[in-house]
Design a protein around this ligand. Structure first.
Ligand SMILES: [Zn+2]
Length: 290
């Protein structure tokens, strides 16, 4: 006897399942193939696109989807915030959101391409000067960084006022163990490149910075990982503040925290964690691809 997997949503009023089978599950992610049929991966195990054009489109689509995620998660305070993606061809240029456009309305075609002088060379809109001042220096200082994310989300901003690092109080928080810094030198809205240079210098080779009295900043070797680290850092800040408010906390010891960081703090781990969020945005608001 053949059994059918029936979607709960199509159970008829008489309790009998209809004969309509469950639709196929979406692929979690697709791996581009080379001419010989092999999957294309970078040395880090993350899939790569076969051409510069395909890689550019891939980054722009993930970037637009990331703004939709920021809007969903409420990381949209006053429209402050920017996520950038390095162009795969003109590597001193980056793609960024136009200032003043609600994150939940960002589309692929609304993104701006900005050169290393802060000039918009593709797209229509206004460039956030702080986005250029911070991100241009980060992209310059860290050739490995493809994307950087920043906003004024609530928990990271609250945590930043305490001028300290995240503690390894959960498995998830160990992604940042000895892998983030405190930028303890707030001097006003970042508008010139020297401030961006100082942030980049403080970040060093780490994946995240807590900008004191300001908020969080994360970077990644893919758009996907940079954005996931932002979500994870905001979650870690929230978890720590809630846990400390409830009572004494007991962080993991150094050896365990270090070991777990090696398990959950990798770039491929960050990249992978983004995939189901990508699938959700793609299914629920595909107009970001416009
Ligand atoms: Zn800011």
């Amino acid at each position: 006897m053949t059994s059918l997997i029936v979607d709960a949503a199509v159970i008829a009023a008489d309790g009998q399942g209809s004969a309509r089978p469950r639709p196929p599950r979406p692929a979690i992610y697709s791996v581009p193939r080379s001419a010989d049929g092999r999957g294309l991966f970078g040395g880090d195990g993350i899939p790569r696109q076969p051409t510069v054009e395909a890689e550019r489109l891939h980054r722009k689509q993930r970037l637009a989807a990331s703004f939709r995620l920021f809007a969903r998660f409420g990381y949209d305070y006053g429209g402050a915030g920017h996520i950038t993606a390095r162009d795969p061809e003109r590597t001193d240029h980056f793609w960024v959101n136009p200032a003043g456009v609600y994150f939940g309305h960002v589309t692929v075609s609304s993104l701006l391409l900005v050169n290393h002088h802060g000039e918009i060379v593709e797209g229509d809109g206004h460039l956030n000067r702080a986005a250029f001042a911070i991100h241009s220096e980060l992209h310059k200082a860290r050739p490995d960084v493809i994307a950087a994310a920043h906003s004024h989300a609530l928990w990271g901003k609250a945590f930043s006022a305490q001028s300290r690092l995240l503690a390894p109080i959960s498995q998830d928080a160990t992604a940042f163990y000895e892998d983030h810094v405190l930028f303890d030198d707030y001097t006003g809205v970042v508008l010139d490149s020297s401030e961006g240079e100082r942030i980049a210098a403080a970040l060093g080779n780490k994946k995240a910075a807590i900008l004191r009295n300001h908020g969080l900043l994360t970077v990644g070797t893919t758009v996907e990982s940079a954005v996931w680290w932002y979500i994870a850092a905001e979650n870690a800040a929230q978890t720590q503040l809630i846990s400390e408010a409830a009572g004494p906390i007991r962080p993991l010891d150094h050896e365990v925290a270090k070991h777990t960081h090696g398990q959950v703090g990798t770039e491929i781990g960050g990249w992978f964690s983004f995939q189901s969020l990508w699938d959700r945005v793609l299914r629920e608001e595909p107009d970001f691809l416009d």
